[in-house]
Ligand binder design. Sequence first.
Ligand code: ADP
Length: 227
Amino acid sequence: MTQAVVLFGSPGSGKGTQANLLKNCLKVPHISTGDMLREGIRDGNALGVRVAATLHAGALVRDEVVNSLVEKRLAEPDAQAGFILDGYPRTRDQAEHLVAWLDGRGIREVVIHLIVDYNVIVARLTGRRQCPRCGTLYNIVSNPPRVEGVCDLEGEKLVIREDDQEPVIRERLAAYESQTRPLIDFFREKGRRLYEIDASRQSPQALLVQVCRTLKTPETVGPAQQG
Ligand code: ADP
């Protein structure tokens, strides 16, 4: 059985942190479209050149570009036993594309919606720092590194992601509200397995326990519920 998990939620809801913890538990790769796009920009490859301006503005990259990026990644050997999608799908077109891809292979995904209060999200995004080498995320208030401004793992100086600057954060949240949040109704209408978890107050480790428990419930493992 392919273990397909879609982590869904607003920017700043903790999808990336959760996916990183979950991948060690499930032993399946964490596929983050945001990370793949940023990697393209860092490498200066054709994809990176194409999407750089869009990411810096906090807008969404075109569906065809992201759909084909994800499809190629899902075809790689390490994704055959399962995968955790983070940041995809983000539009109706992407969701339809993914659902058709999964259904075509008989894969039954679980969508986990991490629900977080708007004010918590803004605080998380403005306080976020990242290691430019290993990608580990910190927060100056809720999850600071041992030494201020330095990655615990790499000793590298932490940076503020360009799209974590305030005007760009506003754009990203607006894109989420108008294009991504409506997918919750899409998942429900299509009878996909959608689970909602309050992710505002718990630590990432406590949340992981809840996510793992959700993934082990009979409805999640067995046949999908109708309706
Ligand atoms: P966050 O969820 O915190 O906004 P991500 O790393 O997931 O951060 O995404 C960063 C940026 O990458 C987005 O603002 C958008 O420009 C682009 N991006 C990532 N995933 C997608 C996607 N599925 N569709 C379109 N654009 C995407």
